[in-house]
Write a protein that binds this ligand. Structure first.
Ligand code: GLY
Ligand code: MN
Ligand code: MN
Length: 495
């Protein structure tokens, strides 16, 4: 198959603005690669970048940091994601497994990477396994990156067909006393037994699967995720930039969705509008199924049906964020459907907002706080606010009104929590959410005028040495700004 160099004129939406920019672009169409690269997508990727915003050198630094931390005689095995199917051959849009992507930047499914620690100048040997080019498949799905390009572009010592992965693993695994494996299907509980079983599942149908699993079992594999998780917890300068961009796209979409909202519309229309705005700004997908909850629906924390109509005088709780160039965002705003808070809505909103701002202010290294401590503070602050509003809080009431945790780390994954201890102190470079909420059921235990109000305010915060940086600042949060956005007086057209 040949590729034409097309001199074309392309309209793109500049990612930080909603106006179209005309650019002149020499591009390879169709692309000979399995993912956007500078050679084929110069409007997305700069010359030294492997994925948008991240240089090839940064991927090398990540692998080196990982291998330097591991003991001598270590072997790392990380697997790519596999395509998921809705039914039959109808596939979902593919998303790469997070740890594999963090270590390689390689975006093709059904791939694997093996890193063998050694005493070379690089400190390890990297072998990438992937599907390579296949002209039959290419006509249907487009090209995969060839092994030669993989060696060159992804800086691997060897690139081989995924079918060689089991025999390679079997031939090297017994040389290493420390074997670290990470497998997409064992993300929640990573014991040696489950990883081995998951590997068997992954390899099933492939020759030698039993032998590989047997050899891996003997080597007592350790979970790779906590090792990679420690690296992922601290965001590099380029990751911070991407996360700021993801949060900014989402924040502006929140502002414009406020403006778009009016009684009579469906929750689904708001979700669609938010999604559309994020896509237009360059986001690849939403980072999670959004919550668009009108009125009492907001009392359901994970309300994602998003299929009812908005009524006058209701509050709308929107918990939505996009994924941009590999990084998630996560923002919640609560606002009045018709643009003006009623007095009880305003009072309860002010209570949550005061607590939220006090908690955000604590997100710096100097506070020396753990997430558990931040949560305890959130309970104290919300308790005080509620008492001032006339709530009488008996044992168990606060947990009923505020049933969730205050925060989670965020990055490539929305909840980067698996390997993140809530008992460790916040460190500069971490990104965490701060998301207190109050949800008042229609119970005589609580003041009647607050019944059925559900309010959450969620920001993403980059932990600094001495102060926090709110990445989601473009989403209106102060009452005057929220009402301004809803009423169209914020000049959102220029966003
Ligand atoms: N949107 C999910 C969360 O806030 O954790
Ligand atoms: Mn969150
Ligand atoms: Mn959220």
């Amino acid at each position: 198959m040949s590729f034409r160099l097309v001199k074309n004129r392309t309209f793109i939406y500049a990612s930080s603005r909603s106006y179209a920019t005309e650019i002149s672009n020499a591009s390879l169409k169709p692309s000979p690669y399995g993912q956007p690269l500078f050679q084929s997508h110069s409007h997305l990727i700069k010359p030294d970048e492997l994925t948008p915003g991240i240089h090839a050198q940064e991927y090398e630094d990540r692998r080196r940091s990982l291998m330097n931390r591991l003991p001598d005689n270590s072997l790392v095995v990380s697997l790519a994601g596999t395509i998921k199917y809705m039914s039959g051959k109808i596939f979902y849009k593919f998303r790469q497994a997070s740890d594999f992507w963090y270590l390689t930047g390689f975006e093709e499914p059904d791939s694997a990477v093996v890193l063998e620690k050694n005493h070379s100048a690089r400190g390890y040997r990297m072998t990438l396994f992937s599907s390579g080019s296949d002209s039959n498949k290419e006509q249907w799905d487009g090209a995969n990156t060839t092994f030669a390009d993989a060696r060159r572009v992804f800086q691997v010592d060897d690139a081989r067909h995924i079918d060689d992965f089991p025999s390679h693993l079997r031939s090297v695994v017994h040389q290493y006393s420390n074997v670290y494996v990470d497998l997409p299907s064992s993300r929640t509980r990573r014991t040696s037994r489950t990883t081995t079983k998951s590997l068997l599942k992954y390899l099933s149908g492939r020759s030698e699967a039993d032998l590989v699993v047997e050899s891996l079992g003997k080597s007592r594999p350790k979970p790779l995720a906590p090792e990679v998780g420690r690296l992922r917890a601290i965001k590099s300068a380029s990751e911070q930039k991407l996360m700021r961009m993801a949060a900014d796209i989402s924040g502006r979409a929140h502002a414009k969705t406020m403006r778009f909202t009016r009684p009579g519309l469906s929750e689904a229309a708001l979700a669609a509008h938010f999604n559309y705005l994020c896509s237009l700004s360059g986001a690849q997908r939403l980072a999670y199924v959004p919550v668009v909850a009108s009125g009492p629906n907001a009392l359901i924390i994970h309300y994602t049906h998003n299929n009812q109509l908005i009524s006058q005088e209701e509050l709308i709780l929107v918990d939505a964020g996009c994924e941009y160039n590999g990084y998630a965002s996560d923002i919640t705003r609560t606002y009045p459907a018709d643009g003006t808070f009623t007095p009880p809505q305003r009072d309860l909103y002010s209570a949550v907002l005061a607590a939220q701002k006090a908690l955000v202010a604590l997100c710096h290294e100097g506070s020396n706080l753990t997430l558990h401590e931040l949560h305890r503070k959130s309970c104290e602050l919300l308790r005080q606010e509620l008492l001032q509003l006339g709530f009488q809080l008996h044992p168990g009431d606060l947990e009923r009104l505020y049933p969730h945790f205050i925060s989670h780390p965020i990055g490539i994954d929305l909840h980067e929590s698996d390997s993140f201890s809530r008992s460790g102190s916040l460190k500069a470079g971490m990104v965490v959410t701060v998301e207190p909420g109050i949800y008042v059921p229609p119970s005589p235990a609580f003041p009647k005028h607050y019944h059925n109000l559900g309010i959450r305010i969620e920001d993403e915060v980059l932990v600094g040495k001495e102060h926090p940086v709110v990445l989601s600042a473009s989403a209106p949060k102060e009452i005057v700004d929220v009402e301004g956005a809803c009423q169209g007086s914020l000049g959102l057209e220029s966003f």
